[in-house]
Design a protein around this ligand. Structure first.
Ligand code: SAM
Length: 199
């Protein structure tokens, strides 16, 4: 998918924009395992980023779509009536992140890994490694193998995650089945959550 394709998607109401934080992310926050400064990579209109900010995390949301970032900034303005906002949004390509963005203590990915093709995944995880501090964690939430295979994203298996994060930069802590909210929040589909530590 091109940058224009993603931009055009935000002219409508894309089905992945579910209007509430993903339950798997909420669980991570409630369990206290998301640490410190967070990068929400492929943040869309910022629902997850704003949830994290409300829970005390300084958050940077990045997305390749300018329209998504405009909408995220507007949501942030509406969510806070003071100037002391804990969240910032930037247009950026996750396959070409500036190291200046970081360092972060955590990276949250809700539905971004699964839009990349196999041959892009190595570049993607190298970019995450460049902005995540040693000992920090990436939380990657994707459509799992049992999700519908004709809704758009790639279905992601344990092996896909293991292969993508196989370099010396990473240690895979956990890959577990979970649910992924889709279709404006009307459907819960099979999801996969990977927790990966930056060495
Ligand atoms: C399935 S949507 C998920 C959006 C958001 N995380 C959410 O949960 O609502 C995938 C997002 O990745 C963004 N994206 C796609 N390719 C990207 C890239 N190369 N760099 C940054 N963002 C990208 C899209 O614009 C889109 O917002």
């Amino acid at each position: 998918m091109t940058d224009d394709w993603w931009n055009d998607a935000y002219d409508d109401d894309p089905p992945w924009d579910v209007g509430r934080p993903q339950p798997a992310l909420v669980r991570l926050v409630e369990d206290g395992v998301v640490d410190g400064r967070v990068l929400d990579v492929g943040c869309g209109t910022g629902t997850n980023a704003l949830y994290l900010a409300e829970h005390g995390h300084p958050v940077t949301g990045v997305d390749v779509s300018e329209r998504a970032i405009e909408q995220a900034r507007e949501k942030a303005r509406r969510a806070s009536d003071d100037e002391d906002r804990n969240v910032r949004f930037r247009v950026a390509d996750a396959l070409d992140l500036s190291a200046d963005l970081g360092p972060f203590d955590s990276v949250v990915d809700s539905g971004t890994f699964h839009v990349f093709e196999d041959e892009q995944r190595g570049t993607y995880v190298d970019n995450l490694a460049a902005v995540l501090r040693s000992g920090g964690h990436a939380f990657v939430l994707a459509f799992g193998n049992d999700a519908p295979d004709d809704w758009g994203p790639n279905l992601v298996s344990r092996d896909d995650v293991t292969d993508a994060f196989s370099s010396d930069d990473w240690r895979i802590d956990d890959v577990r089945e979970t649910v992924f909210l889709a279709n404006h929040g009307d459907d819960e589909v099979a999801g996969l959550l990977a927790v990966v530590e930056r060495r």
